[in-house]
Design a binder for this molecule. Structure first.
Ligand SMILES: Nc1nc2c(c(=O)[nH]1)N[C@H]1C(S)=C(S)[C@@H](COP(=O)(O)O)O[C@H]1N2
Ligand SMILES: [Mo]
Length: 512
Protein backbone atom coordinates (compact mmCIF):
# COMPACT_ATOMS: atom_id res chain seq x y z
CA UNK A 1 0.00 0.00 0.00
CA UNK A 2 1.56 3.21 -1.03
CA UNK A 3 -1.23 5.61 -0.22
CA UNK A 4 0.24 7.03 2.91
CA UNK A 5 -1.66 7.64 6.10
CA UNK A 6 -1.19 11.28 5.23
CA UNK A 7 -3.73 11.15 2.41
CA UNK A 8 -6.28 9.58 4.69
CA UNK A 9 -5.64 12.25 7.28
CA UNK A 10 -6.06 14.88 4.58
CA UNK A 11 -9.36 13.30 3.55
CA UNK A 12 -10.54 13.43 7.12
CA UNK A 13 -9.48 17.05 7.39
CA UNK A 14 -11.19 18.12 4.18
CA UNK A 15 -14.36 16.20 5.03
CA UNK A 16 -14.37 17.75 8.48
CA UNK A 17 -13.89 21.22 7.05
CA UNK A 18 -16.90 20.70 4.77
CA UNK A 19 -19.02 19.64 7.71
CA UNK A 20 -17.92 22.63 9.79
CA UNK A 21 -18.39 25.10 6.95
CA UNK A 22 -21.82 23.74 6.03
CA UNK A 23 -23.05 23.79 9.61
CA UNK A 24 -21.78 27.36 9.97
CA UNK A 25 -23.46 28.44 6.72
CA UNK A 26 -26.68 26.67 7.68
CA UNK A 27 -26.72 28.42 11.04
CA UNK A 28 -26.17 31.80 9.37
CA UNK A 29 -28.83 31.22 6.71
CA UNK A 30 -31.41 29.94 9.18
CA UNK A 31 -30.57 32.72 11.62
CA UNK A 32 -29.75 30.25 14.31
CA UNK A 33 -28.03 32.49 16.79
CA UNK A 34 -24.92 30.38 17.29
CA UNK A 35 -23.21 27.98 14.98
CA UNK A 36 -22.64 24.61 16.71
CA UNK A 37 -19.01 25.50 17.46
CA UNK A 38 -20.08 28.66 19.27
CA UNK A 39 -22.74 26.71 21.16
CA UNK A 40 -20.05 24.27 22.29
CA UNK A 41 -17.81 27.18 23.29
CA UNK A 42 -20.61 28.60 25.41
CA UNK A 43 -21.24 25.19 26.93
CA UNK A 44 -17.56 24.84 27.83
CA UNK A 45 -17.55 28.32 29.36
CA UNK A 46 -20.60 27.44 31.43
CA UNK A 47 -18.94 24.26 32.71
CA UNK A 48 -15.58 25.87 33.40
CA UNK A 49 -14.86 26.75 37.04
CA UNK A 50 -15.14 30.49 37.74
CA UNK A 51 -11.45 31.08 38.54
CA UNK A 52 -10.37 29.54 35.23
CA UNK A 53 -12.82 31.71 33.30
CA UNK A 54 -11.49 34.74 35.20
CA UNK A 55 -7.95 33.79 34.34
CA UNK A 56 -8.91 33.40 30.68
CA UNK A 57 -10.60 36.79 30.61
CA UNK A 58 -7.58 38.39 32.30
CA UNK A 59 -5.15 36.72 29.95
CA UNK A 60 -6.98 37.14 26.66
CA UNK A 61 -9.04 40.19 27.53
CA UNK A 62 -11.97 40.66 25.14
CA UNK A 63 -10.59 37.96 22.87
CA UNK A 64 -11.29 35.17 25.35
CA UNK A 65 -14.23 33.89 23.31
CA UNK A 66 -12.31 34.03 20.05
CA UNK A 67 -9.44 32.12 21.63
CA UNK A 68 -11.82 29.45 22.86
CA UNK A 69 -13.53 29.11 19.48
CA UNK A 70 -10.15 28.95 17.78
CA UNK A 71 -9.05 26.29 20.25
CA UNK A 72 -12.13 24.22 19.49
CA UNK A 73 -11.59 24.57 15.74
CA UNK A 74 -7.94 23.47 16.06
CA UNK A 75 -8.98 20.54 18.23
CA UNK A 76 -11.56 19.60 15.63
CA UNK A 77 -9.11 19.80 12.74
CA UNK A 78 -6.74 17.46 14.57
CA UNK A 79 -9.64 15.17 15.41
CA UNK A 80 -10.78 15.19 11.78
CA UNK A 81 -7.32 14.24 10.57
CA UNK A 82 -7.13 11.39 13.10
CA UNK A 83 -10.60 10.22 12.17
CA UNK A 84 -9.54 10.22 8.52
CA UNK A 85 -6.61 7.95 9.38
CA UNK A 86 -8.91 5.70 11.40
CA UNK A 87 -11.25 5.43 8.44
CA UNK A 88 -8.55 3.69 6.44
CA UNK A 89 -8.97 0.48 8.42
CA UNK A 90 -12.04 0.98 10.53
CA UNK A 91 -14.55 3.03 8.65
CA UNK A 92 -17.19 2.57 11.31
CA UNK A 93 -14.90 3.98 14.01
CA UNK A 94 -14.54 7.22 12.07
CA UNK A 95 -18.32 7.48 11.79
CA UNK A 96 -18.64 6.82 15.52
CA UNK A 97 -16.14 9.65 16.05
CA UNK A 98 -18.20 12.01 13.93
CA UNK A 99 -21.38 11.00 15.70
CA UNK A 100 -19.71 11.64 19.07
CA UNK A 101 -18.60 15.12 18.01
CA UNK A 102 -22.11 15.84 16.70
CA UNK A 103 -23.54 14.54 19.98
CA UNK A 104 -21.42 17.02 21.94
CA UNK A 105 -22.72 19.84 19.71
CA UNK A 106 -26.29 18.58 20.10
CA UNK A 107 -26.00 18.62 23.88
CA UNK A 108 -24.53 22.14 23.73
CA UNK A 109 -27.44 23.35 21.58
CA UNK A 110 -30.02 21.54 23.70
CA UNK A 111 -28.81 23.17 26.91
CA UNK A 112 -29.20 26.71 25.56
CA UNK A 113 -31.94 28.72 27.29
CA UNK A 114 -34.67 28.24 24.66
CA UNK A 115 -33.68 25.66 22.07
CA UNK A 116 -36.02 25.29 19.11
CA UNK A 117 -36.02 22.39 16.64
CA UNK A 118 -34.42 24.55 13.96
CA UNK A 119 -31.36 25.10 16.19
CA UNK A 120 -30.43 21.46 15.64
CA UNK A 121 -30.48 21.62 11.85
CA UNK A 122 -26.91 22.98 11.49
CA UNK A 123 -25.53 20.06 13.53
CA UNK A 124 -27.45 17.54 11.43
CA UNK A 125 -26.32 19.16 8.18
CA UNK A 126 -22.71 19.18 9.40
CA UNK A 127 -22.77 15.51 10.38
CA UNK A 128 -24.32 14.49 7.09
CA UNK A 129 -21.76 16.51 5.13
CA UNK A 130 -18.86 14.90 7.05
CA UNK A 131 -20.02 11.38 6.41
CA UNK A 132 -20.81 11.95 2.74
CA UNK A 133 -17.58 13.85 2.04
CA UNK A 134 -15.43 11.25 3.80
CA UNK A 135 -17.22 8.43 1.99
CA UNK A 136 -16.54 10.05 -1.39
CA UNK A 137 -12.87 10.74 -0.65
CA UNK A 138 -12.33 7.30 0.87
CA UNK A 139 -13.77 5.72 -2.25
CA UNK A 140 -11.11 7.38 -4.43
CA UNK A 141 -8.37 6.53 -2.00
CA UNK A 142 -9.39 2.87 -2.01
CA UNK A 143 -9.37 2.77 -5.79
CA UNK A 144 -5.96 4.32 -5.76
CA UNK A 145 -4.76 1.64 -3.30
CA UNK A 146 -6.30 -1.07 -5.37
CA UNK A 147 -4.53 0.09 -8.49
CA UNK A 148 -1.23 0.31 -6.65
CA UNK A 149 -1.64 -3.19 -5.23
CA UNK A 150 -2.42 -4.93 -8.51
CA UNK A 151 1.09 -4.16 -9.72
CA UNK A 152 -0.44 -4.47 -13.13
CA UNK A 153 1.76 -2.39 -15.38
CA UNK A 154 -1.32 -1.53 -17.48
CA UNK A 155 -3.07 0.01 -14.47
CA UNK A 156 -2.15 3.65 -14.31
CA UNK A 157 -2.05 4.83 -10.68
CA UNK A 158 -1.72 8.47 -11.61
CA UNK A 159 -5.32 8.43 -12.95
CA UNK A 160 -6.91 7.38 -9.72
CA UNK A 161 -4.51 9.56 -7.80
CA UNK A 162 -5.58 12.50 -9.88
CA UNK A 163 -9.22 11.66 -9.27
CA UNK A 164 -8.58 11.68 -5.56
CA UNK A 165 -6.89 15.06 -5.70
CA UNK A 166 -9.65 16.53 -7.83
CA UNK A 167 -12.28 15.23 -5.40
CA UNK A 168 -10.36 16.53 -2.38
CA UNK A 169 -9.80 19.90 -4.06
CA UNK A 170 -13.45 20.20 -5.07
CA UNK A 171 -14.57 19.31 -1.55
CA UNK A 172 -12.22 21.88 -0.06
CA UNK A 173 -13.43 24.52 -2.53
CA UNK A 174 -17.00 23.64 -1.65
CA UNK A 175 -16.20 24.08 2.04
CA UNK A 176 -14.65 27.48 1.35
CA UNK A 177 -17.69 28.56 -0.68
CA UNK A 178 -20.08 27.42 2.05
CA UNK A 179 -18.02 29.24 4.64
CA UNK A 180 -18.05 32.40 2.55
CA UNK A 181 -21.80 32.12 1.97
CA UNK A 182 -22.31 31.76 5.70
CA UNK A 183 -20.16 34.80 6.30
CA UNK A 184 -22.14 36.89 3.78
CA UNK A 185 -25.48 35.79 5.21
CA UNK A 186 -24.21 36.43 8.72
CA UNK A 187 -23.00 39.88 7.71
CA UNK A 188 -26.34 40.81 6.15
CA UNK A 189 -28.05 39.75 9.35
CA UNK A 190 -25.55 41.67 11.46
CA UNK A 191 -25.99 44.77 9.29
CA UNK A 192 -29.76 44.66 9.63
CA UNK A 193 -29.48 43.93 13.36
CA UNK A 194 -26.98 46.72 13.88
CA UNK A 195 -29.08 49.29 12.04
CA UNK A 196 -32.10 48.08 13.98
CA UNK A 197 -30.27 48.52 17.27
CA UNK A 198 -29.19 52.06 16.42
CA UNK A 199 -32.56 53.11 15.06
CA UNK A 200 -34.47 55.85 16.88
CA UNK A 201 -37.81 56.65 15.30
CA UNK A 202 -39.29 59.96 16.22
CA UNK A 203 -42.84 59.58 17.48
CA UNK A 204 -42.43 55.97 18.61
CA UNK A 205 -43.01 55.72 22.33
CA UNK A 206 -42.93 52.93 24.89
CA UNK A 207 -46.11 50.87 25.30
CA UNK A 208 -48.80 52.84 27.04
CA UNK A 209 -50.62 50.18 29.05
CA UNK A 210 -54.07 51.48 29.97
CA UNK A 211 -55.45 51.03 33.48
CA UNK A 212 -57.66 48.06 34.14
CA UNK A 213 -56.79 45.96 31.09
CA UNK A 214 -55.39 43.11 33.16
CA UNK A 215 -56.59 41.02 36.08
CA UNK A 216 -52.94 40.11 36.69
CA UNK A 217 -53.70 36.41 36.80
CA UNK A 218 -50.57 34.42 36.29
CA UNK A 219 -51.83 31.81 33.86
CA UNK A 220 -53.83 34.22 31.72
CA UNK A 221 -52.08 35.64 28.64
CA UNK A 222 -50.43 38.93 29.56
CA UNK A 223 -52.18 41.99 28.16
CA UNK A 224 -49.06 42.94 26.20
CA UNK A 225 -47.54 39.94 24.47
CA UNK A 226 -43.76 40.39 24.77
CA UNK A 227 -42.27 40.53 21.27
CA UNK A 228 -40.04 37.56 22.04
CA UNK A 229 -43.13 35.44 22.86
CA UNK A 230 -45.29 36.70 20.01
CA UNK A 231 -46.34 33.84 17.74
CA UNK A 232 -44.43 33.60 14.48
CA UNK A 233 -45.97 32.52 11.19
CA UNK A 234 -44.36 32.88 7.82
CA UNK A 235 -43.23 30.91 4.81
CA UNK A 236 -39.72 32.39 4.83
CA UNK A 237 -37.23 29.62 5.45
CA UNK A 238 -34.58 32.32 5.39
CA UNK A 239 -35.84 35.55 6.96
CA UNK A 240 -35.21 38.66 4.89
CA UNK A 241 -32.62 40.97 6.44
CA UNK A 242 -33.26 44.45 5.10
CA UNK A 243 -31.44 47.49 6.42
CA UNK A 244 -33.80 50.51 6.53
CA UNK A 245 -31.49 52.36 4.10
CA UNK A 246 -32.11 49.59 1.55
CA UNK A 247 -35.89 49.45 1.99
CA UNK A 248 -38.40 50.95 -0.42
CA UNK A 249 -42.11 50.45 -0.88
CA UNK A 250 -43.63 50.85 -4.32
CA UNK A 251 -47.33 51.63 -4.51
CA UNK A 252 -48.68 51.23 -8.01
CA UNK A 253 -51.43 49.68 -10.13
CA UNK A 254 -54.85 51.31 -10.15
CA UNK A 255 -53.68 54.62 -8.74
CA UNK A 256 -53.58 58.18 -10.00
CA UNK A 257 -49.94 58.54 -9.11
CA UNK A 258 -47.47 55.74 -8.53
CA UNK A 259 -45.26 56.38 -5.49
CA UNK A 260 -42.10 54.87 -4.08
CA UNK A 261 -41.34 55.48 -0.43
CA UNK A 262 -37.99 55.21 1.25
CA UNK A 263 -37.74 54.42 4.94
CA UNK A 264 -36.97 58.03 5.84
CA UNK A 265 -39.89 59.22 3.63
CA UNK A 266 -42.11 56.90 5.61
CA UNK A 267 -41.05 57.74 9.15
CA UNK A 268 -40.99 61.48 8.46
CA UNK A 269 -44.79 61.25 8.31
CA UNK A 270 -46.98 61.39 11.39
CA UNK A 271 -46.65 58.28 13.54
CA UNK A 272 -49.82 56.59 14.74
CA UNK A 273 -49.71 54.13 17.66
CA UNK A 274 -52.24 51.66 18.93
CA UNK A 275 -52.88 48.43 20.76
CA UNK A 276 -53.86 45.88 18.14
CA UNK A 277 -54.39 42.16 18.51
CA UNK A 278 -53.12 40.05 15.62
CA UNK A 279 -54.18 36.47 15.05
CA UNK A 280 -53.71 33.68 12.56
CA UNK A 281 -56.47 32.04 10.57
CA UNK A 282 -54.82 28.71 11.41
CA UNK A 283 -55.37 29.20 15.12
CA UNK A 284 -57.50 26.31 16.38
CA UNK A 285 -60.20 26.95 19.00
CA UNK A 286 -58.33 27.61 22.25
CA UNK A 287 -55.03 27.98 20.38
CA UNK A 288 -52.13 30.34 20.93
CA UNK A 289 -51.61 31.90 17.48
CA UNK A 290 -52.74 35.27 18.75
CA UNK A 291 -50.94 38.17 20.39
CA UNK A 292 -51.50 41.75 21.43
CA UNK A 293 -48.89 44.43 20.86
CA UNK A 294 -48.38 48.17 20.89
CA UNK A 295 -47.79 48.96 17.21
CA UNK A 296 -46.33 52.20 15.88
CA UNK A 297 -46.37 53.20 12.24
CA UNK A 298 -47.87 55.37 9.55
CA UNK A 299 -51.55 55.18 8.63
CA UNK A 300 -52.02 53.31 5.37
CA UNK A 301 -55.00 55.51 4.53
CA UNK A 302 -52.72 58.57 4.38
CA UNK A 303 -50.23 56.85 2.11
CA UNK A 304 -52.82 55.28 -0.18
CA UNK A 305 -54.65 58.58 -0.54
CA UNK A 306 -51.41 60.17 -1.72
CA UNK A 307 -51.34 57.58 -4.49
CA UNK A 308 -55.08 58.01 -5.13
CA UNK A 309 -56.82 54.66 -5.74
CA UNK A 310 -58.86 54.66 -8.96
CA UNK A 311 -62.58 53.80 -9.05
CA UNK A 312 -63.18 50.09 -9.43
CA UNK A 313 -60.19 49.04 -7.31
CA UNK A 314 -61.19 46.84 -4.38
CA UNK A 315 -57.95 45.13 -3.34
CA UNK A 316 -54.29 45.67 -2.62
CA UNK A 317 -51.89 42.91 -3.59
CA UNK A 318 -49.09 43.12 -1.04
CA UNK A 319 -45.73 41.50 -1.71
CA UNK A 320 -42.92 40.92 0.75
CA UNK A 321 -39.22 41.00 0.01
CA UNK A 322 -39.17 37.19 0.00
CA UNK A 323 -41.98 37.03 -2.55
CA UNK A 324 -44.89 36.10 -0.28
CA UNK A 325 -48.15 37.74 -1.35
CA UNK A 326 -51.55 38.50 0.08
CA UNK A 327 -54.67 40.22 -1.22
CA UNK A 328 -56.10 42.76 1.20
CA UNK A 329 -59.49 44.42 0.74
CA UNK A 330 -58.99 48.12 -0.03
CA UNK A 331 -61.84 49.43 2.13
CA UNK A 332 -60.35 48.63 5.57
CA UNK A 333 -57.10 50.24 4.46
CA UNK A 334 -58.91 53.51 3.81
CA UNK A 335 -61.52 53.67 6.58
CA UNK A 336 -61.13 55.16 10.06
CA UNK A 337 -59.39 52.14 11.58
CA UNK A 338 -55.69 52.21 12.31
CA UNK A 339 -54.46 50.09 9.40
CA UNK A 340 -50.77 50.95 9.28
CA UNK A 341 -47.35 50.38 7.90
CA UNK A 342 -45.85 49.42 11.24
CA UNK A 343 -42.22 50.20 12.02
CA UNK A 344 -42.23 49.33 15.71
CA UNK A 345 -43.67 46.69 18.00
CA UNK A 346 -43.98 47.24 21.74
CA UNK A 347 -41.97 50.46 21.48
CA UNK A 348 -38.98 48.92 19.69
CA UNK A 349 -38.16 48.69 15.98
CA UNK A 350 -39.83 45.55 14.60
CA UNK A 351 -37.86 42.39 15.36
CA UNK A 352 -36.39 40.99 12.13
CA UNK A 353 -38.62 37.91 12.26
CA UNK A 354 -41.71 40.11 12.71
CA UNK A 355 -41.03 42.04 9.51
CA UNK A 356 -38.21 44.55 10.04
CA UNK A 357 -38.06 47.26 8.87
CA UNK A 358 -41.72 47.62 7.79
CA UNK A 359 -44.82 45.43 7.87
CA UNK A 360 -48.51 46.08 7.53
CA UNK A 361 -51.07 45.62 10.29
CA UNK A 362 -54.82 45.82 9.68
CA UNK A 363 -57.12 45.56 12.71
CA UNK A 364 -59.95 43.10 12.07
CA UNK A 365 -58.29 40.96 9.40
CA UNK A 366 -56.42 37.70 9.80
CA UNK A 367 -52.66 37.95 9.24
CA UNK A 368 -52.70 35.88 6.04
CA UNK A 369 -54.70 38.53 4.14
CA UNK A 370 -53.17 41.63 5.65
CA UNK A 371 -50.17 41.61 7.96
CA UNK A 372 -47.37 41.46 5.35
CA UNK A 373 -43.94 41.33 6.95
CA UNK A 374 -40.98 42.81 5.06
CA UNK A 375 -43.51 44.49 2.75
CA UNK A 376 -41.94 46.09 -0.34
CA UNK A 377 -44.72 46.31 -2.92
CA UNK A 378 -48.41 47.23 -2.92
CA UNK A 379 -50.43 46.97 -6.09
CA UNK A 380 -53.86 48.57 -5.98
CA UNK A 381 -56.01 46.20 -8.00
CA UNK A 382 -59.19 44.10 -8.18
CA UNK A 383 -59.78 40.78 -6.43
CA UNK A 384 -61.02 39.51 -9.79
CA UNK A 385 -57.57 40.02 -11.25
CA UNK A 386 -55.34 38.50 -8.55
CA UNK A 387 -54.58 35.43 -6.49
CA UNK A 388 -52.17 35.27 -3.56
CA UNK A 389 -50.04 32.79 -1.66
CA UNK A 390 -52.70 31.30 0.62
CA UNK A 391 -55.74 31.81 -1.60
CA UNK A 392 -53.89 29.69 -4.18
CA UNK A 393 -53.87 26.93 -1.57
CA UNK A 394 -57.59 26.93 -0.87
CA UNK A 395 -57.91 29.57 1.83
CA UNK A 396 -60.65 32.15 1.58
CA UNK A 397 -60.08 35.32 -0.42
CA UNK A 398 -61.47 37.50 2.36
CA UNK A 399 -60.24 37.00 5.89
CA UNK A 400 -62.21 39.01 8.43
CA UNK A 401 -61.42 37.70 11.91
CA UNK A 402 -63.98 35.52 13.66
CA UNK A 403 -65.05 36.00 17.24
CA UNK A 404 -63.09 33.83 19.66
CA UNK A 405 -62.78 33.22 23.38
CA UNK A 406 -60.23 31.14 25.23
CA UNK A 407 -59.90 29.70 28.74
CA UNK A 408 -56.34 30.19 30.07
CA UNK A 409 -57.06 29.35 33.71
CA UNK A 410 -57.35 26.56 34.68
CA UNK A 411 -55.66 24.48 31.98
CA UNK A 412 -57.31 21.52 30.30
CA UNK A 413 -56.82 18.43 32.49
CA UNK A 414 -56.00 20.36 35.68
CA UNK A 415 -56.91 19.15 39.14
CA UNK A 416 -58.60 21.90 41.14
CA UNK A 417 -59.92 22.14 44.70
CA UNK A 418 -63.69 21.73 45.16
CA UNK A 419 -65.74 24.86 45.78
CA UNK A 420 -65.22 28.28 44.27
CA UNK A 421 -63.02 28.29 41.19
CA UNK A 422 -61.74 31.24 39.19
CA UNK A 423 -61.97 30.66 35.47
CA UNK A 424 -60.33 33.27 33.27
CA UNK A 425 -58.97 33.96 29.82
CA UNK A 426 -59.16 36.25 26.82
CA UNK A 427 -61.67 36.94 24.05
CA UNK A 428 -61.36 38.92 20.83
CA UNK A 429 -63.15 40.17 17.76
CA UNK A 430 -60.96 42.95 16.45
CA UNK A 431 -62.64 46.03 15.12
CA UNK A 432 -66.05 45.00 16.42
CA UNK A 433 -65.24 44.45 20.07
CA UNK A 434 -66.46 42.08 22.76
CA UNK A 435 -69.59 42.93 24.70
CA UNK A 436 -69.84 39.94 27.02
CA UNK A 437 -68.25 36.61 27.90
CA UNK A 438 -70.07 33.70 29.51
CA UNK A 439 -68.89 30.43 31.01
CA UNK A 440 -70.77 27.21 31.45
CA UNK A 441 -70.05 24.24 33.70
CA UNK A 442 -71.24 20.76 32.62
CA UNK A 443 -73.77 22.13 30.15
CA UNK A 444 -75.59 24.12 32.85
CA UNK A 445 -76.64 27.75 32.67
CA UNK A 446 -74.37 30.31 31.02
CA UNK A 447 -72.90 32.53 33.68
CA UNK A 448 -71.69 36.03 32.82
CA UNK A 449 -67.99 36.76 33.32
CA UNK A 450 -66.45 40.04 34.39
CA UNK A 451 -64.56 41.88 31.63
CA UNK A 452 -61.41 43.93 32.03
CA UNK A 453 -61.24 47.20 30.13
CA UNK A 454 -59.84 47.74 26.64
CA UNK A 455 -58.50 50.93 25.06
CA UNK A 456 -60.28 50.27 21.74
CA UNK A 457 -62.23 47.58 19.88
CA UNK A 458 -59.11 46.24 18.15
CA UNK A 459 -57.66 44.28 21.07
CA UNK A 460 -58.45 41.19 23.03
CA UNK A 461 -60.13 41.55 26.38
CA UNK A 462 -59.39 39.63 29.56
CA UNK A 463 -62.35 38.01 31.34
CA UNK A 464 -62.82 36.12 34.60
CA UNK A 465 -65.62 34.37 36.40
CA UNK A 466 -66.02 32.45 39.63
CA UNK A 467 -67.85 29.16 39.30
CA UNK A 468 -68.70 26.47 41.83
CA UNK A 469 -67.46 22.92 41.35
CA UNK A 470 -68.21 19.89 43.46
CA UNK A 471 -66.03 16.80 43.70
CA UNK A 472 -65.46 14.94 40.44
CA UNK A 473 -64.89 15.61 36.77
CA UNK A 474 -66.23 18.71 35.08
CA UNK A 475 -66.33 20.33 31.72
CA UNK A 476 -66.04 24.12 31.42
CA UNK A 477 -66.63 26.09 28.24
CA UNK A 478 -66.66 29.70 27.20
CA UNK A 479 -68.42 31.83 24.62
CA UNK A 480 -68.39 35.53 23.81
CA UNK A 481 -70.88 38.04 22.45
CA UNK A 482 -69.77 40.86 20.20
CA UNK A 483 -70.76 44.51 20.40
CA UNK A 484 -73.37 43.99 17.69
CA UNK A 485 -75.06 41.49 20.01
CA UNK A 486 -74.06 38.41 18.05
CA UNK A 487 -73.30 35.35 20.17
CA UNK A 488 -70.30 33.18 19.31
CA UNK A 489 -71.44 30.01 17.59
CA UNK A 490 -70.85 26.60 19.13
CA UNK A 491 -70.88 24.99 15.69
CA UNK A 492 -67.48 23.44 15.16
CA UNK A 493 -65.60 24.44 12.01
CA UNK A 494 -62.02 23.69 11.02
CA UNK A 495 -59.49 26.46 10.40
CA UNK A 496 -59.62 25.89 6.63
CA UNK A 497 -60.79 27.91 4.65
CA UNK A 498 -61.52 30.97 6.76
CA UNK A 499 -60.95 30.34 10.47
CA UNK A 500 -62.12 27.94 13.20
CA UNK A 501 -65.36 28.22 15.15
CA UNK A 502 -66.68 26.45 18.25
CA UNK A 503 -66.53 26.93 21.99
CA UNK A 504 -63.26 26.37 23.81
CA UNK A 505 -63.91 23.59 26.29
CA UNK A 506 -61.67 22.20 29.03
CA UNK A 507 -61.92 19.20 31.34
CA UNK A 508 -60.95 19.36 34.96
CA UNK A 509 -61.19 17.30 38.12
CA UNK A 510 -62.25 18.87 41.41
CA UNK A 511 -60.71 17.18 44.44
CA UNK A 512 -61.52 17.64 48.10
N1 LIG B 1 -43.80 38.10 4.35
C1 LIG B 1 -44.71 37.39 5.02
N2 LIG B 1 -45.62 38.04 5.77
C2 LIG B 1 -46.55 37.34 6.45
C3 LIG B 1 -46.61 35.93 6.37
C4 LIG B 1 -45.65 35.28 5.56
O1 LIG B 1 -45.64 34.05 5.42
N3 LIG B 1 -44.71 36.04 4.91
N4 LIG B 1 -47.55 35.24 7.11
C5 LIG B 1 -48.72 35.97 7.52
C6 LIG B 1 -49.51 35.26 8.52
S1 LIG B 1 -50.35 33.88 8.00
C7 LIG B 1 -49.66 35.72 9.79
S2 LIG B 1 -50.75 35.01 10.85
C8 LIG B 1 -48.86 36.87 10.27
C9 LIG B 1 -48.08 36.50 11.51
O2 LIG B 1 -47.28 37.56 11.91
P1 LIG B 1 -46.19 37.34 13.04
O3 LIG B 1 -45.31 36.22 12.57
O4 LIG B 1 -45.48 38.63 13.20
O5 LIG B 1 -46.93 36.94 14.28
O6 LIG B 1 -47.94 37.33 9.30
C10 LIG B 1 -48.43 37.37 7.99
N5 LIG B 1 -47.45 38.02 7.20
MO1 LIG C 1 -51.72 33.27 9.62
Amino acid sequence: MRTSRGWWALSGLVAGAVGLALSYATAALLHVRESPVVAVAEGITALTPGPVVKWAINTFDKDDKKVLVLGIVIFLLVAFALLGRLARRRWWLAVVGYVLLAAVATVAVATKPTPSPIDFVPVAVGLLAWVVALAVLAEWLRRWELVEETEDPAAEPTHTRRHFFVAAGATAAFAATAGLLGRIAGNARRRAEESRRLLRIEGVTAPDVPDGVSFELEQVAEWETPSADFYLIDTAFIKPTIAPADWTLRIHGMVEKEITLSYSDLVSREITQDWITLNCVSNPVGGALVGNAWWSGVRLATILEEAGPLPGADAVLQTSEDGWTCGTPLAPLLDERNAMLAVAMNGEPLPIEHGFPVRSIVPGLYGYVSATKWVVDMEVTRFDDITAYWTDKGWSELGPVKIASRIDLPKDGDDVPVGELTVAGVAWLQHTGIEAVEVQVDGGRWQEAELATTPNVDTWVQWRAVVDVDEGEHQVRVRATDRRGEVQTGAVADVLPDGATGWHTIDLTAKA
